[in-house]
Design a protein around this ligand. Structure first.
Ligand code: BEZ
Ligand code: FE
Length: 268
């Protein structure tokens, strides 16, 4: 019996069937990976040290493991595997590490940009279901970086800015004020940054606004709207861009305006 067989066997009697399936597959693929590259002991230790540093830099404001999953494409693979099958539903993308619970509620036409550096930009759209019916009272959580590419949590102190939530109105419409999003590098001063540097990869993400949209009876949507024309649409560090999520910033009487219409899938 090989060590791989022994380990697989050690999970064979786990009571939870899904746990058993996931762990056995993980062991099978981890062992296959180590065998395929004939991993040396020094390399294995370097891997352990990398994961240890990833853990040490992670706290309640910095999530280096999500970042690692993102730059390895594992987050987008997971998003794709769980995408609803109903046609017409707005596509999902990475959640990212910068969502924070407890953001303030704003009313229609309110701003998330209080104290955020940047050019004011109005964002509006509708929330509908796949039958084209408006969804009233959907909750939209929105968050974005400032024009320097930083989220509030990347500054010192506990100031919350550039994030809020609002509800769609009776016709499924929403609108709020923000700032024109800018492209920005993912945090690259930690282990994930070293990995990117070593790979010769850019840490940049194209400009975007994050949305998490929830409504009873519908599947939660986690997505972004990306800005057309951004130089990084083709080399997003976390592979999150989908063509259907790219929108043009229009000039409305001298004011930038972004339209993003959302279709939620049925909760099945
Ligand atoms: C973000 O868009 O906020 C983000 C996503 C993945 C990694 C880092 C940042
Ligand atoms: Fe972001």
């Amino acid at each position: 019996m090989t060590v791989t067989d022994e380990v697989l066997e050690s999970f064979a009697h786990a009571k939870d069937e899904r746990f058993r399936e996931v762990m056995r597959s993980l062991v099978k693929h981890l062992h296959a990976f180590a065998s395929e590259v004939r991993i040396t002991e020094a390399e294995w230790l370097a891997g352990i040290e990398f994961l240890t540093r990833t853990g040490h830099i992670t706290d309640d404001k910095r999530q280096e493991f999500i970042l690692l999953s993102d730059v390895l494409g594992l987050s987008m693979l997971t998003v794709g595997l769980n995408e609803p099958s109903q046609p017409g539903v707005t596509e999902s993308t990475v959640f990212g590490p910068f969502f924070v619970d407890g953001a303030p509620e704003i009313q229609q036409g309110g701003t998330i940009a209080e104290g955020v550096k940047g050019t004011p930009c109005e964002v509006s759209g509708t929330v509908r279901n796949v039958r084209g019916e408006p969804i009233a009272g959907a909750r939209l959580d929105v968050w974005e970086a400032d024009e320097d590419g930083y989220y509030d949590v990347q500054y010192s102190g506990d100031r919350m800015a550039g994030r809020a939530w609002l509800r769609s109105d009776a016709d499924g419409r929403y609108h709020f004020w923000s700032v024109v999003p800018a492209s920005y590098p993912i945090p690259h001063d930690g282990p994930v940054g070293e990995l990117m540097e070593r790979a010769g990869r850019s840490p940049m993400r194209p400009a975007h606004v994050h949305f998490k949209v929830t409504a009873p009876g519908y599947r939660t949507l986690i997505t972004h709207v990306f800005l057309a024309g951004d130089a990084h649409l083709k080399d997003d560090a976390v592979f999150g861009v989908k063509d259907s999520l790219i929108a043009q910033v229009e000039d409305r009487d001298g004011t930038p305006h972004l339209t993003f219409d959302i279709v939620l899938g049925d909760d099945q």
